[in-house]
Design a protein around this ligand. Structure first.
Ligand code: PLP
Length: 465
């Protein structure tokens, strides 16, 4: 897109001016007739046709520009059409478009080395997958093979992916349609001070109570039956829950005590979202396995994986690891992954995320919270924040009930619509608005987006009782 003239190129390279009503109608017609969309009642949705994107902004065919505060699905970390990532894919496609996983490839090897270099402790081998769900499936399979145990513990209020085991691990309503699952998953409560299961009054107390609860779950499930514990380092879709001091260290200690494999799911928070390569680095904790996807290549091609500790990897030195996918470590996905490392280092992306989070987003959101009666709490880190909306600040009753017809339930739908009218594409989940823009967003765009949210929240205030 040429942003000055609002001219975009179609897939044949032909140039059109926006608005382009004919293109909009054609995309809509094909989509509505033939595309079956995820997580949706097909007749109740109206997907927005997108003409073009650049940086933190995308355009519909009517010429409306949207500042993307959701980074698509919190994966577009380096924004739309980053020239280095596009060039990496073009260059790779021009010389070797594909190679099967059991052969060695330069970009796959280089990406694995780069990941191992920034992973904590002795995690220095990478098993590549197509995305986050299959990364979690394979991490669980490794833990089961190594421990000879079957059960997996995961948190309520978590999301681990849409495939069979991953959706069973998930601790939100999306798993219900798949239940009863294979019976090998048990859920536990994690720390969430604002809605503490134990009535805690400080982050430290919440951490200790959550750990005591977790130990009880381990003991009552039978520690000798538990292969793995999987945990989002910062809970993403279910609320941007940053672990309180001591919690992750405590989880590590419990896993050591009971011989349980600790899997850190960093599909959403890895690769810069909180200003770290891996979020565990911020908390000084070393899991046995880390799963990743999304930000590893900003979602420019499907890619995920599991970073594996030496101890677990060595189990498979002489015993075959039974598993793999045709497209594991696909060169067209690894090439933008290597470019991602180069861009992060050259442009100081991690430092800028930490700076923008602390200096711009945190203070502005706290100001917004103080002003709007509908805001119960704001929380987050880096460029990853949640605004939790309530009907009543004293009872903390959520603005919409848990799982109330998803994100579109009024009044959340009305808040989202107000954002969109003002040119901001929001991330809305249950009673929360998340702030998760591309990490390359300019400070001016960030400030503008937060102003739009401030204004849109007056709609939510109207529902406060
Ligand atoms: N784990 C977490 C924490 C996620 O946020 C997601 C996706 O949102 C997944 C796993 C699943 O990843 P994918 O959709 O790439 O399979």
């Amino acid at each position: 897109i040429d942003t000055a003239t609002a001219v975009y190129a179609d897939r044949h390279g032909a140039v059109h001016a926006l608005p382009d009503a004919a293109a909009d109608a054609q995309v809509r017609a094909d989509d509505r007739a033939h595309v079956f969309h995820s997580w949706s009642a097909q007749a109740l949705i109206d997907p927005l046709p997108i003409a073009a994107g650049e940086g933190a902004t995308f355009w519909d065919y009517h010429g409306n520009a949207y500042l993307d505060f959701s980074s698509q699905l919190v994966n577009l970390n380096l924004g739309h059409q980053h020239p280095d990532l596009v060039a990496a894919i073009q260059q790779q496609a021009g010389r070797l478009a594909t190679i099967q996983p059991s052969m060695a490839s330069d970009v796959r090897g280089e990406l694995a080395r780069r990941i191992a270099e920034v992973a904590p402790g002795d995690l220095d081998k990478v098993f590549f997958t197509n995305g986050g769900a299959d990364a979690n499936e394979y991490a669980v399979r490794m833990a089961r093979a190594v421990t000879g145990r079957r059960k997996v513990l995961s948190m309520y209020r978590s999301y681990h992916g849409g495939t069979a085991t991953a959706i069973s691990l998930t601790g939100d309503p999306r798993r219900w349609a798949n239940e009863p699952s294979d019976g090998s998953v048990a859920h536990f409560f994690g720390p969430y001070e604002y809605r503490s299961a134990w009535g805690s009054t400080s982050p430290e107390e919440e951490a200790q109570r959550a750990l005591a609860h977790l130990e009880q779950v381990i003991v009552l499930e039978g520690a000798s039956t538990v292969a793995a514990l999987i945990l989002e380092t910062v809970v993403g879709t279910n609320g941007v829950l940053v672990p309180p001091p001591g919690y992750l260290e405590g989880v590590r200690a419990l896993c050591d005590k009971y011989g349980i494999v600790y899997i850190a799911d960093e599909v959403m928070v890895g690769f810069g979202r909180i200003g770290e390569w891996f979020a565990v680095n911020r908390f000084g904790v070393t899991p046995d396995l880390i799963t990743f996807a999304k930000g590893v290549n900003s979602g420019y091609a499907p890619l995920g994986g599991v970073v594996i500790s030496q101890k677990i990897a060595s189990h498979f030195d002489t015993v075959a690891f039974m598993g793999g996918l045709t497209y594991s470590g696909h060169p067209l996905a690894c090439a933008p992954g290597v470019a991602t490392f180069e861009v992060f280092e050259r442009d100081g992306i991690l430092e800028r995320v930490r700076d923008l989070g602390e200096r711009v987003v945190g203070p502005r959101l706290r100001e917004i919270a103080a002003k709007h009666p509908s805001v119960g709490e704001v929380r987050g880190v880096g460029l990853f924040w949640a605004i939790e909306l309530v009907k009543d600040a004293s009872t903390r009753e959520p603005l919409v009930p848990f799982n109330a017809a998803g994100a579109d339930a009024a009044p959340m739908g009305a808040v989202a619509a107000a954002c969109k009218r003002a040119g901001l594409w929001p991330f809305v989940h249950f009673n929360r608005l998340h702030v998760a823009p591309p990490l390359v967003i300019s400070e001016e765009e960030l400030v503008r987006g937060l102003d739009i949210i401030d204004e849109a929240l007056t709609v939510a205030d109207g529902y406060v009782t």
